[in-house]
Design a protein around this ligand. Structure first.
Ligand SMILES: Cc1cc2nc3c(=O)[nH]c(=O)nc-3n(C[C@H](O)[C@H](O)[C@H](O)COP(=O)(O)OP(=O)(O)OC[C@H]3O[C@@H](n4cnc5c(N)ncnc54)[C@H](O)[C@@H]3O)c2cc1C
Length: 386
């Protein structure tokens, strides 16, 4: 259920203040140390940030999609690594459970996810199955009232910190496609589950990914999300539809931050006897960025509103993720250009954002995969399937 406007405004103000006063000053340190200080994680817990999208009956804030994206606009105003930590509990790590879990599963895990007592991760990608996630090979063989999991998951965000993994594995060994895939809730610490060393990445330092390896890991059959085999890939796609909107909103937030910083720099920096903001070629860059960020914001809000109204937004969510992630790449590129040499130097932080935003075009479906989803749905609709 939607919050009343005043409560929502208070929440947005609180998050904006937390971002400005507590997170922005730490951006450089977090990137240098490749770690978020534990006291900041505690502050995030106290603000309820781990439970934004978890229904209130399980201890979360139960935000609607339209409300959640507004929070994400605020969280996007700082290094994406901060958002990444809470993002999996609110998004891909918990939503499979929220959308398709049984009541018993929800009661058992969601309250701990909502408070951030445990951090969750979404384990779909494998060394040989990225964009073609439906071809995944991790196997889950039934053995009495357990399943035995074997396989390797790759690039799993928050794996080194996770207490709970949503794992997609093949329960039908005869299948080769998405139909034989089942989603499991797997607790870290289950014998046979191990996490590899953290990957060394281009950006988003402070957020960590790693391999998750399953070697004869025994998982109770009761931990199949929704209790039924073969539904896992459908669950994954529902989770990603929602995740695409959240990522779109974060892209808008980062773009708005970069535009604000670029404008401030252009007003301050003098060349040829005047602020560079007076030069029309610089103005063009500012105006293009502002226009694109505004278009992206509108797409996110409209799609979120439609999703809350119960419409199928598969196409629109893919359009939003595609446009927003490509948009923030262009905005970051212009931000570097407007800052000139300073834009290339670590001290100013713009180059860090330039590297950080590159990821948005790759994960939760690359830009090419969004294009395929959009075109495939267009063709389906033209044939009268919708
Ligand atoms: C930092 C980071 C965090 C991540 N976090 C997670 C996570 O938490 N959980 C998780 O499960 N995964 C995660 N991933 C994995 C991510 O979702 C995949 O990397 C992504 O889906 C792409 O898969 P791939 O890397 O195997 O690339 P590939 O699928 O090999 O793609 C390589 C290139 O080929 C293109 N391509 C592939 N197929 C087609 C096609 N049919 N038509 C046109 N072009 C195509 C792609 O667009 C891309 O340009 C993360 C990745 C990174 C880098």
């Amino acid at each position: 259920m939607a919050l009343d406007q005043e409560t929502l405004n208070q929440l947005l103000d609180t998050v904006a203040r937390f971002v400005r006063d507590r997170l922005v000053p730490l951006e450089h340190q977090v990137a240098e140390d490749d770690a978020i200080p534990p006291h900041i994680v505690d502050e995030m817990r106290n603000l309820g940030l781990f439970g934004l999208s978890i229904p209130d009956e399980y201890g979360g804030l139960g935000l609607t999609m339209a409300e959640e994206v507004q929070v994400a606009f605020e969280l996007g105003q700082t290094s994406p690594a901060f958002r990444s930590l809470i993002g999996t509990n609110n998004g891909i790590g918990s939503q499979g459970l929220v959308i398709d879990g049984t009541e018993a599963q929800k009661r058992h895990y969601l309250p701990k996810l909502a408070t951030g007592e445990i951090i969750s991760a979404f384990a779909l990608t494998e060394p040989e199955a990225g964009s073609d996630a439906g071809s995944l090979r991790t196997s889950a063989r039934r053995d009495g009232d357990h399943y035995v999991l074997n396989g390797t998951k790759r690039f799993i965000t928050n794996a080194p910190h996770a207490g709970l993994f949503t794992v997609f594995a093949r329960t039908d060994p005869a299948s080769r496609d998405a139909k034989g895939v089942t989603a499991f809730l797997v607790e870290a610490g289950t014998p046979g589950v191990s996490v590899g060393p953290a990957d060394r990445k281009m950006g988003q330092k402070g957020s960590h990914t790693a391999d998750v390896v399953f070697q004869d890991a025994r998982v109770p059959a009761a931990n199949i999300i929704g209790g039924r085999e073969g539904q896992g890939f459908r669950t994954a796609m529902k989770v990603l539809d929602r995740g695409r909107l959240h990522i779109g909103a974060v892209c808008v937030g980062v773009a708005e931050r970069l535009i604000r910083d670029s404008l401030a720099y252009a007003l301050d920096r003098q060349q040829f006897g005047q602020p560079i903001a007076e030069f029309q070629l610089v103005q063009a860059m500012l105006a293009d960025s502002r226009t694109e960020a505004y278009a992206a914001r509108c797409m996110v809000l409209e799609t979120a509103r439609q999703r809350d109204a119960g419409r199928d937004v598969g196409t629109e969510a893919a359009c939003t993720k595609l446009f927003c992630s490509e948009m923030v790449g262009r905005v970051a590129d212009r931000a570097v250009q407007i800052h000139g040499g300073a834009g290339y130097m670590a001290e100013y932080g713009v180059e860090r954002f330039y590297r950080d935003v590159r990821l948005f075009r790759i994960y939760e479906g690359t830009s090419q995969i969004q294009q395929l989803v959009i075109a495939r749905n267009m063709i389906r609709d033209a044939k009268g399937g919708r």
